[in-house]
Design a protein around this ligand. Structure first.
Ligand code: HEC
Ligand code: HEC
Length: 337
């Protein structure tokens, strides 16, 4: 009898150890072979990230919509009022925290790497509205930038091309990683780092609420795409999600599972920014979507989980423990001339 109890205990311990490892942040960020991180590349990328001259009328930088003081995002439902001359983009700005770990960028996964992603918003008319064939000559007239590109990418010999521009911006983005949150302390063994309610929330998150069906692992995403039933019936335009990238039936209305790291800061929520609070988002996700029925291609993981209000509150309390202190960045105050 004793032996059985001991065996169960040991099994319990090993299951626990196995389960904990997937919650621990990796110590290294993935880097492509042809764009390894160096100090020069990161510094150059940072200047470009904050430089409004990358937009057509010198008013918008990447940081306008992905600001370090607002969870590397903005706080408007879509990209309303911050894009070029106040143009409204159709989608909510996601955080760029941990985007270096994502296999696919954008809500619909249409870019395969940060390098492939970086040039999109510069040219998009609702974002920075700056055609690259105007921007590249503009940058090549800035002597200070030419020198920095020559240092960061010696083979460029200081001639700025869109490839080097994308590589530099991507290098800076690879440094935007979520800092240690109370949850990380807890998972590494500091049992007092989070409240009893949050611990209960973590149990529910993995258990009854089934959130880990999709928000799994240390970055709280499966890196995959799902239709969670935000919209009813037939979809149009941008709501088609990944289906716009390729019209596969399984991609109808699917969007990328976002990270929940720093999620308290990245409101409003969902690709359309239609939900203001974490509580509402949790209710929606645990009720099987906004529309229970009549949603074409809704994920089979989206089911009614019958959480009580206390249980919803506990899941929300848990998600609060995923927010760490703000990533410290020295925002550049002067730019190359
Ligand atoms: C006008 C606002 C705006 C500006 C300016 C902007 N972005 Fe974005 N960004 C967005 C929106 C909206 C999305 C989501 C678009 C989509 O998925 O279709 C996005 C998506 C992204 C993503 C993908 C994140 C993910 O989780 O998939 C990254 C990375 C990113 N932007 C980086 C940048 C960089 C780098 C710049 C500057 C070169 C920039 N953005 C400029 C609004 C903006
Ligand atoms: C079927 C997979 C799936 C399940 C299960 C799931 N989610 Fe999600 N979640 C997603 C996807 C996909 C999105 C983005 C959908 C969109 O915007 O169209 C999302 C978005 C969110 C957001 C908004 C984040 C942001 O930055 O906009 C929150 C918060 C969230 N989920 C929490 C939860 C919680 C809590 C649970 C458990 C009750 C849960 N999710 C269950 C896939 C899932």
């Amino acid at each position: 009898m004793k032996k059985i109890v001991l065996a169960c205990l040991l099994m319990g311990v090993s299951v626990l150890a196995q389960d904990t490892s997937k919650w621990i942040c990796p110590s290294e960020v993935p880097q492509p072979e042809d764009n390894k991180l160096t100090k020069e590349r990161i510094e150059l990328g940072k200047l470009l990230y904050f430089d409004v001259r990358l937009s057509r009328d010198d008013t918008i930088s990447c940081a306008t919509c992905h600001s370090p003081s607002r969870g590397w995002s903005d706080e408007v439902p879509t990209s309303k009022a911050v894009g070029f001359q106040g143009r409204v983009g159709p989608r909510n700005s996601p955080t760029i925290l941990n985007s270096a770990f994502q296999k696919k960028q954008f809500w619909d996964g249409r870019a395969k790497s940060l390098e492939a992603q970086a040039l999109g918003p510069i040219e998009a008319d609702v974002e920075m509205n700056m055609p690259l064939d105007m921007l590249i000559p503009k940058l090549n007239k800035i002597q200070g930038y030419k020198e920095l590109f020559a240092k960061a990418y010696p083979e460029s010999k200081g001639v700025i091309t869109k490839e080097y521009l994308a590589k530099a911006i991507a290098s800076f983005e690879r440094t935007v990683i979520s800092p240690e949150a109370p949850f990380d302390k807890y998972i590494k063994g500091d049992k007092n780092a989070i409240s009893a309610e949050a611990k209960k929330g973590f149990e529910l998150f993995q258990g009854k609420a089934h959130c880990t069906d999709c928000h799994d692992g240390w970055n709280f995403t499966d890196g995959s795409f799902h239709n969670i039933g935000l919209n009813d019936g037939e979809l149009t335009g941008k709501e088609l999600g990944r289906y716009n990238v390729k019209a596969r039936p399984a991609w109808y209305g699917v969007f990328k599972t976002p990270t929940l790291r720093d999620v308290t800061k990245s409101y409003p929520y969902f690709h359309d920014g239609s939900v203001k609070t974490l509580k509402e988002a949790t209710v929606l996700c645990s009720e099987g979507g906004r529309y229970e029925n009549n949603v074409k291609n809704k994920s089979e993981y989206m089911k009614k989980r019958d959480l009580s209000e206390d249980e919803v509150d506990a899941v929300v309390a848990f998600m609060h423990t995923l927010t760490g202190p703000d990533v410290k960045v020295d925002i550049p105050t002067s730019f190359p001339q």
